[in-house]
Design a protein around this ligand. Structure first.
Ligand SMILES: Nc1ncnc2c1ncn2[C@@H]1O[C@H](COP(=O)(O)OP(=O)(O)OP(=O)(O)O)[C@@H](O)[C@H]1O
Ligand SMILES: [Mg+2]
Length: 251
């Protein structure tokens, strides 16, 4: 799988929200986009998901231009987005039903992906009966169930409190290490980006553009050690400094 964004620009009316965004992703890569509120992070993801059209430039998945939504791109939204009237299992099955997959296979894959996110016992529950972290895990299972080539995550843990957030980060890292998924994560949390991603692009607002890119070469075997290591703290300080400088420039 290869994802290419070439000179991607997006305007809403007279406002330029994204200007000449260029980056690529290869199979199995974990990339994070960080940036302050309003820097266009969700807009980039919506364009890749095919939920909106670019003003200029192109998005290619394995050489084919994105023209609309498709099961090759699985998305988890910033706000909880499960269908409230469907059980966890039916939420996971939803996209597969749209794809016309046979009921028997849907049942098997639903069971498998609920197990992958550690919710084998929660299939019959409605979203309101699940905690926020569990709901986002169901949303991840739903996105994985259609076998996407890239998983698009828009601040999936943004609404969770710190402790649950850290355990969700551990969960996502293990999932990625185990499955070799290709993941594009959006976050405004520098620490989250550093814990999870191999590469980070920093977006500046007005207009949204990439102003810095870093490769993260950290040992991710033990995350509690990682969060305390000098290399991690140095990178965190440097990235936070970049974001603070951007915010100061806006004031
Ligand atoms: N449909 C739309 N119509 C008009 N303006 C929009 C639309 N969608 C987004 N915008 C504007 O584009 C800019 C970027 O929005 P976007 O939601 O991509 O930011 P973000 O980086 O995801 O922010 P946050 O961190 O708060 O989620 C904002 O100024 C927003 O008001
Ligand atoms: Mg957003």
């Amino acid at each position: 799988m290869e994802l290419h964004l070439e000179n991607l620009s997006k305007r809403f009316g007279s406002k330029t929200v994204l200007e000449k965004i260029n980056f690529s992703m290869q199979s199995g890569e974990f990339l994070a986009l960080v940036g302050s509120s309003g820097s266009g992070k969700s807009t980039i993801l919506r364009l890749i998901a095919g939920l909106d059209q670019p003003s200029e430039g192109s998005i290619l998945v394995d050489g084919d231009p994105v023209t609309g939504p498709g099961p090759d791109r699985g998305m988890v939204f910033q706000k909880y987005s499960l269908y409230p009237w469907l059980s966890a299992a039916d939420n996971v099955a939803f996209g597969m039903r749209l794809q016309g997959i046979k009921p028997q296979e849907i049942r098997e894959r639903t069971g498998y992906f609920l197990e992958v996110v550690g919710l084998s016992d929660a299939g019959a529950k409605l979203p309101r009966e699940l905690s926020g972290g569990m709901q986002q895990r169901v949303a991840i299972a739903r996105a994985l169930a259609t076998n996407p080539r890239v998983l698009l995550l828009d601040e999936p843990f943004g609404a969770l409190d710190l402790q649950i957030r850290e355990s969700m980060q551990d969960f996502l890292l293990q999932l990625w290490q185990r499955t070799g998924l290709t993941v594009l994560l959006i976050t405004h949390d520098v620490e989250e980006a550093l814990v999870l991603a191999q590469r980070i692009h920093v977006l500046a607002p007005d207009p949204g553009r990439i102003i810095r890119s870093i490769d993260v070469n950290l040992d991710k075997q033990d995350l509690s050690q990682l969060r305390l290591s000098k290399d991690f703290l140095d990178l965190r300080r440097s990235l936070s400094g970049t974001l603070r400088a951007l915010e100061a420039a806006l004031c």
